[in-house]
Design a protein around this ligand. Structure first.
Ligand SMILES: [Zn+2]
Length: 219
């Protein structure tokens, strides 16, 4: 595993030791790291007639969804578009945090790094805008493992941080801890080697290495 912590620290304008204290280390490049954030199935649907002025009662905020451990983009599945969520009070930052593209905006290209074994935290850079933290959600793209960022949050306090104990640094750690809690709730033990594995990465309860070696599963 190639340690990219120095590069991450350089891009944040801070010191690798501060990166380690705030968000962990070492960092490696995420597989397929230039995946655009945003919802490719909903390319910037413009505000249509009839959207403006509509009031949505009871649309939960992203933080309320996170507290319930529900995916922030889940409201899409109830037929709510980003434009409707914005009409219901979601800000463009809320929409981006939920992995949705704000109406009228193009998808943002993010370069992602990942920490933890198994992966538990993602750190993203965009051409402009604050650094991002997210929880990795693994999936298999053919034979290649890919990681999708979930619960993405903008973390301005992580850029140029000089004091991990200062207020911005403490806010970073609160976000980090919330993401790690949710990431670890998705980890289980491999029933064969007993190592931690993301539950999306198991076959009959076994990690992919064990499923291949002991169960003869071919990937
Ligand atoms: Zn195993």
């Amino acid at each position: 595993m190639e340690d990219r912590t120095d590069e991450v620290a350089h891009r944040l304008g801070t010191d690798p030791r501060i990166v380690a204290v705030l968000v962990g280390a070492p960092w490696r490049r995420a597989p397929g790291s230039t995946e655009p954030v945003g919802d490719p199935s909903d390319p910037s649907a413009p505000d249509g007639p009839g959207i403006r002025g509509r009031v949505f009662v009871g649309v939960p905020s992203p933080s309320e969804l996170r507290a319930l451990d529900l995916p922030a983009d889940g409201l899409r599945h109830f037929g709510l578009t980003p434009a409707e969520l914005r009409a219901g009070g979601w800000t463009d930052a809320d929409l981006r945090s939920a992995g949705l593209t704000p109406p009228g905006a193009g998808p943002v290209t993010v370069e992602w790094f990942v920490a933890g074994e198994p992966a538990q935290l993602m750190l993203g850079f965009t051409a402009s805008g604050p650094p991002l933290l997210a929880r990795p959600e693994p999936w298999w793209d053919g034979h290649e493992q890919a990681l999708d960022p979930a619960d993405t949050e903008e973390i301005p306090g992580l850029a140029a941080c000089t004091d991990p104990e200062g207020e911005p640094g403490l806010q970073v750690q609160v976000v980090r801890d919330g993401l790690l809690r949710r990431a670890r709730r998705r980890l289980v033990h491999c029933t064969i080697c007993l190592g931690y594995v993301h539950r999306a990465d198991t076959t009959h309860g076994a990690c992919h290495d064990c499923a291949h070696r002991w169960l003869g599963v071919l990937y």
